[in-house]
Design a protein around this ligand. Structure first.
Ligand code: CP
Ligand code: NVA
Length: 309
């Protein structure tokens, strides 16, 4: 009955292809039920704590609303207000919160902090974004692609930009479902080598290829999905000027998308910077599915919550 078979949801790479596919099926069922107006309250009496050490619009609201719709409660815990912000250890925080809550969602900087929290918490821990990974977004993105394209296996996703948390989770998610994945980025901003190596192994098993290139046209060629994320992620604000210069040839614009399939989907995890990583023409154009994508955060995360809590 339990799909994920473990306490936490920290990275896509922790799960098998079948587990990811089954979780997507559950998310679709939960969404369909919601669209019919049926109530589904399996988390009555349960509380999710949501620790934020970085800003958020989508993650915060979708987790909070998701818990309410499932019959539970959610607490927004800003690190500015928690004792964590004054130096209380993650380990103590994890053990204390485990006494009150039924699950913790955390958004933070270093991935080690999430792993530390998961090690000491006796309740499920969900990664709501670290510098290394954004698995909830990648799961919702698979759901969106599958709804709009009717399949995942054999499609090609092209990700243009920084080899960051989004790139890692999308690469890993693509590999799990047999979707080809190509990333074009400046050579100093390639994805983490360990992520590339493990995704390549996984992709091979599932008949897909992972391409890492500095040539945006090569990456976008015949893509079914063209994906972008900001050039400067949260925590990197001081590098903004340098990054604007380094990434200027990695903008998704009218010229670049000519190389994708005609019916490609444009995707972006948001928030976006029009005129930087993507032009307004593309992100607000007919191929863009960014709001459908943002909406699916709610449904995909409800599946995670139901399964873990
Ligand atoms: N995509 C995403 O995680 O958005 P927020 O930063 O608004 O949560
Ligand atoms: N790469 C971005 C994703 C935001 C959802 C960041 O980490 O800021």
């Amino acid at each position: 009955k339990n799909i994920l078979g473990q306490k936490d949801f920290l990275a896509i790479s922790d799960f098998s292809s079948d587990q990811i596919i089954d979780l997507l099926e559950l998310a679709k069922k939960i969404k369909a039920q919601k669209n019919l107006g049926e109530q589904y309250l399996p988390l009555k009496g349960k509380t999710l704590g949501m620790i934020f050490e970085k800003s958020s619009t989508r993650t915060r609201v979708s987790f909070e609303v998701g818990m309410l719709q499932l019959g539970g409660n959610a607490l927004f815990l800003s690190s500015n207000d928690l004792q964590i912000g004054r130096g209380e250890t993650i380990a103590d925080t994890a053990r204390v919160l485990s006494e009150y809550l039924d699950g913790i969602m955390i958004r933070t900087f270093s991935h080690d902090r999430v792993e530390e929290l998961s090690k000491y918490a006796t309740i499920p821990v969900i990664n709501g974004l670290t510098d290394l990974a954004h698995p909830c977004q990648a799961l919702a993105d698979l759901m969106t692609i599958s709804e709009l394209k009717g399949t995942l296996k054999g499609l090609k996703m092209a990700y243009i930009g920084d080899g960051n948390n989004m790139a890692h989770s999308l690469m890993s998610a693509s590999a799990k479902v047999g979707m080809h994945f190509s990333i074009a980025c400046p050579k100093e901003y390639k994805p983490n080598q360990a992520c590339i190596t493990s995704a390549r192994l996984e992709a091979e098993n599932n008949g897909a290829e992972i391409l890492v290139t500095e040539d945006a046209v090569e990456a976008v060629k015949n893509a079914d999905i063209v994906y972008s994320d900001v050039w400067t992620s949260m925590g990197q604000e001081k590098e903004n000027e340098v990054r604007l210069e380094k990434f200027k040839d990695f903008q998704i614009n009218e010229a670049l998308i000519q190389h994708a399939k005609e019916d490609f989907l444009f995707m972006h995890c948001l928030p976006a910077h029009r005129g930087e990583e993507v032009t307004a023409e593309v992100i607000d154009g007919p191929n863009s599915v960014i709001f459908h994508q943002a909406g699916n955060r709610l449904h995909a995360q409800k599946a995670i919550l139901v399964d873990l809590l």
